[in-house]
Design a protein around this ligand. Structure first.
Ligand code: SAM
Length: 226
């Protein structure tokens, strides 16, 4: 990883002016997209384990470095890393097999090749509940016209909320974090925005952004009622 990552370039000067209206629409109107067959197949391969025990979701886990760290942090939970990039997951799979040969792979982590929109839709359909969701450096989609691709403004938002648990967002784009915090407040979850002191990077992107001198932002939306 290089320490030369560019800051986010965007025409937005603050949270998107249509955010509230878009979020309200997603909360009001059901999302009619049908999950893909591949997504269903991937989800079915792990659904029984997810229903049987508390689990933690690492959404967009990339190479899975964070999934491994989280598996150590939550030894009593299954930690599930989900990503649509088979290339990135391949890196983690090889590292995992290497650790397994050395007897050092935690048995409470699992990596799943799956489109996250499929995953969240199918998890909502199956009424699954998790204890914690991590959204670590999601793709920012900084063009205003792409706002609905950001997770808090995506039509899958109700399914993300239905999965439950605390939701932790980390990003190097302050506006993404502000929008996320606002959205969580509208759905009744406290999600204070904080600038993160960087001690031990949890993910490769976190390491790269920190090394490039970017400010890192974090919002933890507590479970409803907390
Ligand atoms: C900027 S990278 C961050 C990766 C990792 N969390 C980190 O911090 O190093 C975003 C990751 O999200 C994944 N991703 C983006 N959209 C996705 C989607 N719709 N479904 C599944 N994975 C997705 C990408 O493949 C990529 O690995």
């Amino acid at each position: 990883m290089f320490a030369n990552s560019r800051s986010i370039a965007t025409r937005q000067v603050g949270p998107h002016p249509r955010l509230k209206e878009i979020v309200a629409r997603h909360l009001r109107e059901p999302y009619r997209r049908a999950p893909s067959a591949a997504g269903r197949h991937a989800f079915d391969s792990i659904a029984a384990r997810l229903a049987a025990a508390p689990f933690v979701l690492d959404a967009g886990c990339g190479t899975g470095a964070s999934t491994l760290a989280l598996a150590r942090e939550f030894p009593d939970s299954l930690v599930l890393g989900v990503d649509k990039s088979i290339t990135r997951l391949g890196v983690s799979q090889r590292a995992f097999e290497h650790r397994a040969r050395a007897g050092a792979a935690p048995d409470n982590m699992h990596l799943l090749h799956c489109e996250l929109v499929d995953f969240w839709q199918l998890a909502a359909e199956a009424k699954l509940r998790c204890t914690y969701q991590f959204l670590l450096y999601p793709n920012p989609w900084p063009k205003p016209e792409h706002m609905m691709r950001r997770w808090h403004a995506h039509p899958v938002l109700p399914a993300v909320l239905a999965l439950g648990g605390a939701i932790e967002l980390r990003t190097n784009w302050r506006i993404y974090a502000e929008e996320f915090a606002q959205t969580m407040a509208w759905v009744g979850r406290k999600a204070p925005l904080e600038q993160m002191p960087l001690t031990q990077p949890l993910t490769p992107f976190e390491r790269k952004y920190a090394a490039s001198g970017h400010a890192l932002w974090r919002c933890i939306a507590q479970s409803p009622g907390r």
